[in-house]
Design a protein around this ligand. Structure first.
Ligand SMILES: *[C@@H]1O[C@H](CO)[C@@H](O)[C@H](O)[C@H]1NC(C)=O
Ligand SMILES: *[C@@H]1O[C@H](CO)[C@@H](O)[C@H](O)[C@H]1NC(C)=O
Ligand SMILES: *[C@@H]1O[C@H](CO)[C@@H](O)[C@H](O)[C@H]1NC(C)=O
Ligand SMILES: *[C@@H]1O[C@H](CO)[C@@H](O)[C@H](O)[C@H]1NC(C)=O
Ligand SMILES: *[C@@H]1O[C@H](CO)[C@@H](O)[C@H](O)[C@H]1NC(C)=O
Length: 274
């Protein structure tokens, strides 16, 4: 009797052990990390090669982009800017700098630079206007021709007609001798730097469009438009997206990873992985 009970128990323990063991292993395996990649940041749709955090999107973009408190941020050597919109079909985005001036509000600004090794560059439509510059500023050097003195004068007159100009200590319609429309084409190269202290200017604004009315600066579109390299999309990423995942990267070599809805990352796609 005692022998048969013992063998019954033993058999059942031996039978169930291998069943419990993989179950236990499976639960500890799927709990570790929650999904850190999202398809939106605030109300802004975030698509590859952009990502909402480290490990999301393409590694070349993740160095510059992150989602913080519902705002998609763009970092450069000069500061952190807000991405206010992304136009995926044209591979362009609009940056806003909180310290940049516009027609309704002008103030001292910081510098702005764009890393030459980044996948981002200025678009041809971008116009940078330096405001409140010292008359001894290097931008007014006759030999350098850094300021656009053609249509640029019209843009300076427009900016100086804004009531916001009092914010940088000027009166509306003040002489435009302290304003310079800085043509990035001249200084572009691969990177771009607007070093305000060096240029002896107190503020700047960037205009990417005129809202159909070049005569009314209140309608101008203020912000920095950037284009980005669109050659990152791959078949592997398409396959991941088709399975409901978001493309990202992982590991020391930042190799492709497909981040599934449940936070699981795989090297190919999320079919059958939730
Ligand atoms: C994952 O998210 C769930 C709910 O969203 C939460 O209860 C859980 O603690 C999270 N796990 C980790 C490891 O962050
Ligand atoms: C002008 O700049 C101020 C200060 O950065 C900002 O609050 C405001 O939204 C801007 N207005 C426009 C029309 O861009
Ligand atoms: C765009 O990115 C691809 C892939 O990283 C790279 O090979 C190519 O040189 C880049 N093109 C430009 C114009 O930067
Ligand atoms: C990156 O590392 C993973 C393992 O961590 C490896 O499977 C993969 O082949 C590597 N990719 C490249 C491009 O070196
Ligand atoms: C998943 O993420 C972990 C930690 O972030 C990483 O070590 C691993 O290589 C990733 N797996 C794949 C398949 O990319």
């Amino acid at each position: 009797m005692s022998f048969s009970t013992d063998s019954w128990l033993l058999t059942h323990i031996l039978l169930f052990l291998p069943l419990f063991h993989p179950l236990f292993a499976a639960t500890t395996h799927t709990t570790p990390k929650n999904a850190t990649c999202h398809s939106t940041c605030g109300t802004l749709p975030v698509k590859f090669p952009f990502g909402t955090g480290f490990g999301c999107g393409h590694a070349d973009f993740a160095r510059y982009i992150r989602c913080s408190s519902g705002t998609l941020q763009f970092s450069t050597g000069t500061g952190v800017y807000t991405i206010s919109s992304i136009d995926y079909p044209s591979n362009t985005l609009i940056l806003t700098d909180p310290l940049m001036s516009n027609c309704s509000s002008m103030q001292n600004s910081g510098s702005f630079s764009l890393d030459s090794s980044s996948p981002f560059s200025l678009v041809a439509e971008d116009t940078f206007v330096l405001l409140g510059c010292s008359t001894t500023s290097p931008v007014f050097d006759q030999n350098e021709e850094l300021c656009n003195t053609g249509s640029g004068l019209h843009i300076c007159r427009g900016m100086y007609s804004c009531t916001g100009v009092t914010g940088i200590g000027l009166t509306p319609n003040a002489p435009i001798s302290t304003c310079c429309v800085y043509d990035p084409q001249i200084v572009l190269g691969s990177g771009f730097t607007l070093d305000l202290p060096k240029l002896q200017c107190s503020s700047y604004t960037a205009i990417y469009g005129y809202g159909g009315d070049e005569g009314d600066p209140m309608k101008w579109q203020f912000g920095i438009s950037l284009q980005y390299n669109d050659s990152y999309y791959t078949e592997a990423c398409k396959n991941c997206e088709d399975s409901g995942g978001l493309c990202g990267f992982a590991g020391l070599n930042e190799s492709f990873a497909c981040i599934c809805r449940n936070g699981v990352n795989t090297s190919n796609n999320c079919f059958g992985r939730g």
